[in-house]
Design a protein around this ligand. Structure first.
Ligand code: GDD
Ligand code: MG
Length: 361
């Protein structure tokens, strides 16, 4: 069985992290976002993952070659010369997808995290017998998503409304689909949207079904949601695989620390923290609700909360980072500084306080 992961888009909302690598390769809970997905797909029998890509394909491919072997799954690239939206890439990969005619294929948005109930989803798609099935999830603020209106008993979709201006419902498209190859007949090789063009048409034909997933779900394509997603994911790990989480007198709640990271005396870490490989956390540091990417150094008595620190950055002694500060790769924050909600582009040195959210170019 095959799967297409939609990895186009420039990842603008996750800058400055995406200035260093494509969004799907940005680590989430110490693993590139896209690897969480590839592993989930592999576990339900997917043998080939097609990356639909319109940006930095070489960086992606070099990285994924290593994992092709490690995971024992074929990873190929379908490269767009112009962005084809969310449907056009399927027309571009048509000949590959038709190799498995008669079998459905998965399509995933690359910037979501969830419990991946893919086995249940396959079963749902088979039993309902539609041309396409969408996984849906309930959210508080549906306006930034695609809202799906469907018959609760049968799952048949009546309407698909992308980014509704007025409230129509709170069950939204989770960005995971199963499509029969017949759906390719609805798509032509040009910029096209699954959400705005293809799904509304299949819904009108009565061949689109929605499966509700009650497990955790989050679009992690922007910093605030990324940290909410981390909270949900670590909570899920606590329930499913708690041995992966750190324990000890200095740990509060759910914390994931890479085994190569060094933690000094008297630190207090948690809740909802991920610390990447090779990080050095000196003594007396306080970390909460944050992600430290690979190779970050946090000097003694510094405090990081509600923030993301990019690869190989340094936080000075007694410095304080809070309220959605996002530091790009290789940023150096001098000692004792206070940074509130500041977004810093890669390779910068911060020498003064920032009391209000600001972008440092
Ligand atoms: N190959 C390719 N080419 N991929 C693309 C392109 C393109 O031109 N444009 C977007 N993508 C990819 C993105 O990388 C992402 O993985 C996915 O398509 C969805 O695009 P986003 O830009 O992240 O859309 P969104 O978050 O505003 O909305 C989508 O996701 C929501 C769930 O998170 C829609 O699918 C909504 O209906 C959905 O609720
Ligand atoms: Mg998105």
């Amino acid at each position: 069985m095959k799967a297409v992961i939609l990895v186009g888009g420039f990842g603008t909302r996750l800058r400055p992290l995406t200035l260093s690598k494509p969004k799907p390769l940005v680590e989430f809970a110490n693993k590139p976002m896209i690897l969480h997905q590839i592993e989930a797909l592999k576990s339900v029998g997917v043998t080939e993952v097609i990356l639909a890509i319109s940006y930095q394909p070489q960086v992606m491919l070099t990285f994924l070659e290593e994992f092709e072997e490690k995971l024992g799954i074929k990873i190929t690239c379908s490269r767009e010369t112009e962005p084809l939206g969310t449907a056009g890439p399927l027309a571009l990969a048509k000949s590959k997808l038709l190799e498995d005619a008669g079998k459905p294929f998965f399509v995933l948005n690359s910037d979501i995290t969830c419990e991946y109930p893919l086995k249940e989803f396959l079963e749902f798609h088979k039993v309902r017998g539609g041309a396409a099935s969408i996984m849906v999830t309930k959210v508080e603020e549906p306006s930034k998503y695609g809202v799906v209106l469907f018959d609760e008993a049968t799952g048949r979709v009546k309407k698909f409304v992308e980014k509704p201006v007025n409230f129509v419902g709170n069950k939204i498209n989770a960005g995971i689909y199963l499509l029969n190859t017949s759906v390719l007949d609805w798509i032509s090789l040009q910029p096209m949207s699954l959400e705005r063009q293809v799904f509304p048409s299949i819904a009108d034909a009565g061949a689109l079904y929605a499966m509700v997933s009650d497990g955790f779900w989050m679009d992690i394509g922007q910093p605030k949601d990324y940290l909410t997603g981390l909270h949900l994911y670590l909570d899920y790990l606590r329930r499913k695989c708690h041995r992966l989480l750190s324990t000890g007198p200095n740990i509060i709640g759910n914390v994931l620390i890479d085994e190569t990271a060094k933690i000094g005396e008297g630190c207090v870490i948690g809740p909802d923290v991920s610390v990447g490989p090779g990080c050095v956390i000196e003594s007396g540091v306080r970390l909460s609700c944050c992600t430290l990417m690979k190779g970050v150094r946090v000097k003694s008595s510094a405090h990081v909360s509600g923030s993301i620190v990019g690869w190989h950055s340094t936080i000075g002694q007694s410095a304080h980072l809070c309220r959605m500060a996002v530091l790009g790769e290789d940023v150096h924050v001098n000692d004792t500084l206070f940074l509130n909600g500041v977004v810093v582009l890669p390779h910068k040195e911060i020498k003064s306080h920032f009391v209000k959210p600001e972008i440092v170019m």
